[in-house]
Write a protein of this length. Sequence first.
Length: 157
Amino acid sequence: MTKLFNILLVAFMASLLCIGCSEKDNAFRDQFRWLSGKWEGSNEGTELIEQWIWNKTRFEGKAFEIKDGDTLLIEELFLDEYNGVPGYAAIVNGDGPFMFVFKGEDNGVFEFQNEDHDFPSIIRYKYDSDSSITISLMSRESPNEANLSYQLKRIQR
């Protein structure tokens, strides 16, 4: 594991325990404000849902994959600042957290990366419009092409 990963993990755990923390700088909140709301879509017959809210100091999300009425995947998602650097954390079906460091934004594409995680090692959220986002997942072996990509539509703010 890299030193940065360990630092991010400790910072993430500390933020979970933070009681009475002051409100984060509005720049972080404003940078990702577009993510708030409930998003739905489908991919090859699987219903995909993500719901994000701002909760005092960070964005918190839930993601579900549902096929034929069965929930296949449940993710708890967190978008927070760790020592001034945005980071994305995912707990997948109770496993994790898996941490991804924010690498930057370019033309509405927000990229998070964890070189130690095989799949996904890169997560990209593309802000298409106020009512649409595209999420792409890439592996270490193919960092320049999406192994899985799907579009979600905002159904609720």
